[in-house]
Ligand binder design. Structure first.
Ligand code: GRF
Length: 208
């Protein structure tokens, strides 16, 4: 059984896709052991509660400095002793210590085809605004392992989504979620739970 901890900051539609995947059996051999939010008002916390998953809020606002927050966050992770940490719309920079300790055991979903429209400053609607401003015809989503950089870790899987002429950032964001994010993330977790994902030389290999 793969013990999965999910970190969230907002609405939690990706969290919901994972919950549904575990419930409906498209994600096998996986237990959602804890949800951590940095934002006490995140609707994702409500989704976790409704699904009976232990959920906690660890907010930087509640701590004196970054070091104190990092310590509390690490503790909240360790208490759950997860096999895999999933960043599902988590807008906090992870403590370096955590990234080292969980090498190739933290995954993130980013709403573009990395290496386009990613890195510092590209989060939320800004990604889709960038896509429309550049006029690219195809965008998508990427699931990748997390390393010390921003959106620089080994890529696990990507899915393309069409950009349409009359798109607004909001409309495009929704299409990327529906056609890519909510499919890709559960799929990757299932592959990891099945022991099918390995990393060597910074590249991901998926076995049949
Ligand atoms: C998603 O677009 C995800 O790719 C990005 O943040 C958004 C989170 O949405 N990293 P939700 O909270 O899962 O609804």
């Amino acid at each position: 059984m793969l013990k999965v901890l999910v970190c969230v900051s907002g609405g939690g539609t990706n969290l919901q896709a994972i919950i549904d995947g575990v419930r409906q059996g498209s994600i096998l051999d996986t237990e959602l052991v804890r949800v951590i939010s940095n934002n006490k008002n995140a609707y994702a916390l409500e989704r976790a509660k409704q699904a009976g998953i232990p959920a906690v809020c660890v907010s930087p606002k509640d701590y004196e400095d970054r070091e104190a927050f990092n310590e509390a966050f690490l503790q909240a992770v360790e208490e759950a002793s997860p096999d895999l940490i999933v960043l599902a719309g988590f807008l906090v920079v992870l403590p370096a210590q955590l990234i080292k300790r969980y090498e190739n055991r933290i995954i993130n979903i980013h709403p573009s085809l990395i290496p386009s429209f990613c890195g510092t400053g590209y989060y939320g609607l800004k990604v889709h605004e960038g896509v429309l401003a550049r006029g690219v015809k195809v965008t998508g989503a990427t699931v990748h392992f997390v390393d010390e950089g921003t959106d620089t870790g080994p890529i696990i899987m990507q899915k393309a989504v069409e950009v349409r002429e009359d798109d607004t950032p909001e409309v495009l964001q929704r299409r990327v979620m529906e056609e890519a994010e909510w499919i890709l993330l559960p799929w990757c977790i299932n592959l990891i739970a099945g022991g099918k994902v390995t990393v060597s030389d910074g590249k991901v290999h998926i076995s049949e």
